[in-house]
Ligand binder design. Structure first.
Ligand code: ATR
Length: 281
């Protein structure tokens, strides 16, 4: 275990808004379960306050920190030492210390996604994957899929230009789909991943046309706060479907690994998140 104690007992998640972050619940339950005295707090930090916040962390001491919207990109301008994932994606969610004590950034959403899709690893290595959405989450998935040796990626986004730009920024085999190519099924995919925010609200539909779901397709939705229409549709017409809670928990586990060089109890983390979501309904 890293000698984090000399940097204090506190970890943070910073963002704006931050009220509904599940990270304190997830990390504090794991700290408690491991009998550690550490505490994890959420703190409201606006982009214009970010440089001061990181500077204060240096002087206050900390185990580590997480960043959420709208700071994931901005923090890359503040901390220079970045893992290859952060350099490629241009976004980070985890601040940790090198053994030297210096700050560095990682993107553990990549690890979270890899763990989420682990049950379909063989299919991802041998069949194309379709990604819906071209925002920050999509970038992390693209990086992870390359690491998982996915042979080919199809990418669709509501705003096609963003998907085009993203496909040009990544050196992978990415085919951008138009709306009609998506609705007419002009793609191949064993696994379909929803990274869009469509599904966050109860009344939302699915970005993927129901009639294109084959009975051997897997639907993976990164949304974790409810069972989305996307997940329901794949549950009904596909072979398997899963929501994003596992990714949320495993990105937290990835941060923990960076901070302590050990693996937390992810079952405790997941149960704490489930309890919180249930109480929140
Ligand atoms: P995140 O960091 O979670 O990826 P983001 O960077 O804001 O969030 O990206 C949101 C994604 O959801 C984008 O791909 C967005 O599409 P646009 O680029 O066209 O905005 C997508 N999205 C948001 N609302 C959507 C909707 N109603 N239908 C389809 N896609 C939607």
């Amino acid at each position: 275990m890293k000698p984090v104690e000399k940097y204090g007992n506190v970890a943070w998640v910073a963002g704006s808004p931050i009220d509904h972050s599940l990270s304190p619940v997830i990390h504090n339950s794991a700290f408690e379960g491991a009998g550690l005295p550490h505490q994890y707090f959420a703190i409201e930090v606006k982009p214009e306050e970010l440089t001061d916040f990181v500077g204060n962390l240096q002087s206050m001491g900390m185990i580590g920190a997480n960043f959420t919207l709208p700071l994931k990109n901005a923090v890359c301008e503040v901390v220079e030492d970045q893992t290859p994932a952060v350099e490629t994606i241009g976004a980070a969610n985890t601040l940790f210390r090198r053994n030297s004590g210096e700050f560095a950034l990682d993107n553990t959403d990549v690890y979270g996604f890899e763990k989420l899709v682990e049950p379909w690893g063989e299919r991802i290595r041998s069949e194309p994957v379709l990604i819906l959405g071209a925002g920050g989450a999509s970038r992390a998935c693209l990086f992870a899929l390359d690491r998982l040796n996915c042979p080919r990626i199809y990418l669709w986004n509501r705003t096609r230009e963003s998907a085009q730009t993203l496909s040009e920024q990544y050196p992978y085999d990415i085919t951008v789909l138009s709306d009609s190519e998506l609705s007419e099924g002009e793609f191949e995919a064993g696994v379909v991943v929803n990274t869009t925010s469509l599904g966050l609200n109860e009344s939302d539909g699915s970005p993927f046309p129901e009639q294109q779901i084959r009975d051997d397709m897997v639907g993976v939705d990164l949304i974790y706060n409810r069972e989305t229409k996307f997940v329901q549709d794949f549950g009904e017409y596909g072979s398997d479907s899963i929501g994003g809670l596992g990714m949320l928990v495993h990105q937290a586990a990835g941060a923990w690994k960076r901070w302590f060089d050990t693996t937390p109890n992810v079952d405790i983390m997941k149960q704490a998140a489930l309890d919180y979501l249930q109480d929140d309904q």
